[in-house]
Design a protein around this ligand. Structure first.
Ligand SMILES: C[S@@+](CC[C@H](N)C(=O)[O-])C[C@H]1O[C@@H](n2cnc3c(N)ncnc32)[C@H](O)[C@@H]1O
Length: 730
């Protein structure tokens, strides 16, 4: 569990580095095994920097690699006349990009703040490097991002320290990332979820999901209808157990009861089942409507962000990854429903990792899977069409026209499936429907995206079906005789169990139902705890479809996490129910909570509550307006919902509150408190220390290490433990 000291530590490290460090502290580390693990991790994710690397070396890296240039010039990844611009752009630092997240009304309010408070200041800034003409900083709205919610601007670490308005914007981005109001994500990395076209009823699989920036987008799209809980879900999977916890962190920021995190090798992902509405008690195979296949890759299109790739680039990287990329994609197509959509993406320029994988898949699947032209979904995006011709090369930089030319010693590395289609077959595959984004197109990283639609069962699925029908009776007989299957051994840490409530009769539920006046539609069987015995501490909520998924497949796949924390034990003598509400799960159950525990608070009172967040000195009821005092007069002490609705802007805020004997306060974590005060246009200066002067004095490397690339878990909700709660009953 995180404690506050850990929180500070995480703020100074990326989450990955933090997890690695915690892992090291908690175990008796075998250094040899540790190095081996790091090497393996590095091979699996070449685009990730090794744990021992720090950014301070990045500025010293010579951004050149002759083999890289020769390889891509030969492959003609861009027209000859664009080559110098392509190379120049690759050597520059990457601009910052971010998108506004959260509910529609909050996103709209935050967007106004960004434009009026931060961008307007920046537009007057001209950054002047020594001896050069001042460069204007102009935020660019990404035309193709739904709702116009994504932006890109040049905001390098050095620039932040040269200009106070830029520093302020940077601070805003860090704070709002922690509160879930903003997600910082590379521009091109936002593309796959957009072209996947996720709707609230879709069953979505993210096969290689960690660290989870695209998963976060998938969840946001799933929740696009704010009036109801989605009937679909997102299953986010990664083979790397420790990276799965990055997904847990992402999911926590977005408070969705519709996400499930699993830990499996996607290339051999087991077939899952779900309840069959047509046959009560029965099951049917689970097929996904949308699948994201953002495979591990050489990452050479991220050179601007990860300059250390200049030092280690070789043709071997791409060749070695082609196999696993293909196997993950093929399994994805098997798990996809007919009529479903799959997006394959990499951050590599290499046709062997891109079009060759797509071509191999199309060859094997015949007419059952087709490429879709996704460009119309990305208005204004500059890109190149997919390549139709390339030449695989061996590590010694010899290029081959056809497999027959490959010398024996390279034949296990350069495989026949890596070659392009014959010219007469080009129309059959339409590889030009793939999308290639190069860094100089719009000052971003590079990227590759291919969008598939499954139009009929795969050839081998059809065969299996026929054979299955014939064998059905025979199989039933065999099954009877078969000894019980051995339980699959699953790697990584052992997770706590997922223990669902048996229904309204579950021991603690009647008092929760009574206290919060839960309506009849509330399904208590969707509540769960993570322990079989002992006092229930935290109670989590999942959507009905996720409950079904967990219950039907738990023994078949390793589930790392699911559910939003909705009720937290709080044995307080002033409260008749032993559970308080949790901000994380509030959005999911607010519609089920009756009027008994709701307070429709005025704006000024909400500001008072948020500005006085010291749990040992909560604001006295006398500090509130008469309106609010009257509302809480007859409200029994304990947990409650504080609601605020601004009719004019339609801003709606719902917070967990606590009615003390003489006080009223909110149960929000500090980043959320700042976020709400910001949305209310109130003063939050006590949390927003201007460190600009201090920061401009510290050297580059130190400043870099304080950047929070992946936002850590927010600090504990203020006073969110029992002792503090008890002390508020003043
Ligand atoms: C390019 S990263 C994914 C980035 C992620 N989609 C995002 O947007 O944050 C590739 C991920 O694939 C995972 N991976 C590698 N091989 C895998 C496999 N066989 N099955 C599942 N995940 C795999 C790696 O651990 C890594 O986290």
């Amino acid at each position: 569990m995180f404690c506050f000291n850990n929180f500070i530590l995480v703020r100074q490290l990326t989450l990955g580095a933090y997890l690695r460090r915690m892992g090291r502290r908690n175990r008796n580390v075998n250094k040899f095994a540790q190095r081996k693990r790091e090497r393996r991790e590095q091979e699996r994710n070449p685009q990730e920097k090794p744990a021992s690397d720090t950014r301070k070396h990045y500025e010293d890296i010579v951004r050149e690699n002759a083999a890289f240039e020769e390889y891509y010039k030969t492959q003609k990844v861009c027209p000859e006349e664009e080559w110098p611009t392509f190379m120049k752009s690759l050597k520059e630092n990457l601009p910052t990009a971010f998108r506004i997240t959260g509910s529609k009304c909050e996103a709209a309010a935050l967007m106004n703040i960004v434009k009026s408070e931060y961008f307007s200041e920046i537009l007057n800034v001209k950054l002047q490097a020594e001896g050069q003409e001042g460069e204007e900083i102009k935020p660019i709205n990404l035309s193709w991002y739904p709702g116009g919610l994504a932006w890109q601007l040049r905001l390098s670490r050095t620039d932040i320290r040269r200009s106070e308005p830029l520093y302020r914007l940077h601070n805003f981005l860090v704070a709002e990332t922690a509160a879930g109001g903003v997600s910082r994500q590379e521009t091109v990395s936002m593309i796959p979820p957009v072209v996947l076209d996720v709707q609230p009823h879709h069953k979505v699989l993210d096969m290689c999901a960690a660290p989870g920036s695209k998963t976060a987008q998938l969840i946001e799209f799933l929740h696009s209808d704010e009036e109801s809980t989605p009937t679909g879900f997102v299953m986010a999977n990664d083979v790397d157990n420790s990276r799965c916890y990055m997904l847990v962190h992402q999911a926590k920021r977005l408070n969705s009861p519709c996400i499930l995190i699993t830990n499996h090798d996607s290339a051999v992902m087991p077939s899952l089942v779900m309840s069959d509405d047509q046959s009560p008690g029965g099951t049917k195979p689970l097929k996904f409507d949308r699948i994201l296949c953002d495979v591990p890759c050489s990452g050479d299109a991220t050179l601007r962000k990860n300059p250390d790739i200049w030092l280690k680039w070789s043709t071997g990287n791409g060749n070695n990854l082609h196999g696993i990329q293909y196997r993950v994609l093929r399994r994805g197509c098997e798990l996809l429903a007919v009529g479903g959509r799959l997006v394959y993406s990499t951050c590599s320029f290499n046709p062997v990792e891109n079009e060759a994988v797509v071509h191999r898949l199309l060859q094997e699947t015949g007419d059952s899977v087709k490429l879709v032209d996704a460009a119309p979904m990305l208005p204004g995006l500059k890109y190149h069409k997919g390549m139709t011709y390339w030449r695989p090369a061996s590590k010694d930089m010899v290029f081959y026209e056809k497999y027959e030319d490959v010398p024996e010693k390279w034949q296990t590395v350069v495989r026949p499936q890596m070659f392009p289609p014959k010219p007469e077959d080009l129309d059959k595959y339409n590889l030009d429907k793939c999308i290639r984004i190069l860094p100089h197109h719009q000052d971003t990283g590079g990227f590759f995206v291919a969008v598939f639609e499954k139009v009929s069962p795969l050839p081998w699925e059809k065969e299996e079906k026929v054979q299955n029908q014939g064998d059905e009776t025979e199989k039933k007989e065999e099954l009877k005789k078969e000894p019980p299957k051995k339980k699959r051994r699953m790697g990584g840490y052992r997770e706590d169990p997922f223990v669902f409530f048996s229904g309204d009769s579950e021991d603690v539920f009647p008092s929760i139902k009574e206290y919060y006046d839960l309506n009849a539609e509330f399904d208590s069987t969707c509540l769960l705890t993570r322990c079989h015995v002992g006092k229930k501490k935290n109670i989590y909520l999942v959507s009905p479809v996720v409950k079904d998924l967990v219950q039907r497949n738990e023994s078949n796949i390793k589930i790392i996490n699911t559910g939003v924390k909705t009720f937290v034990r709080c044995d307080n003598k002033n409260m008749t129910c032993p559970f308080r509400l949790s901000q994380e799960g509030l959005q999911s159950i607010t519609r089920s909570i009756g009027p008994k525990r709701r307070v429709r608070i005025l704006k000024e009172d909400l500001i008072t509550v948020l500005q006085n967040d010291n749990p040992s000195n909560p604001p006295d009821l006398k500090q509130f307006t008469e309106h609010t005092q009257n509302l809480v007069k007859d409200l029994a002490t304990g947990s409650c919902v504080l609601e605020y609705h601004d009719e004019e802007s339609n801003l709606q805020l719902t917070l967990v509150g606590w009615r003390g004997v003489h006080s009223l306060r909110a149960y929000t974590a500090t980043p959320d408190t700042v976020h709400y005060l910001r949305l209310l246009g109130a003063d939050y200066s006590k949390y927003d220390i201007n460190k600009f002067k201090k920061a401009s004095d510290i050297p580059d490397a130190e400043a870099d290490s304080t950047d929070v690339t992946e936002a850590p878990e927010t600090a504990k909700e203020n006073g969110a433990n029992e002792t503090e709660v008890q002390s508020t009953s003043s």
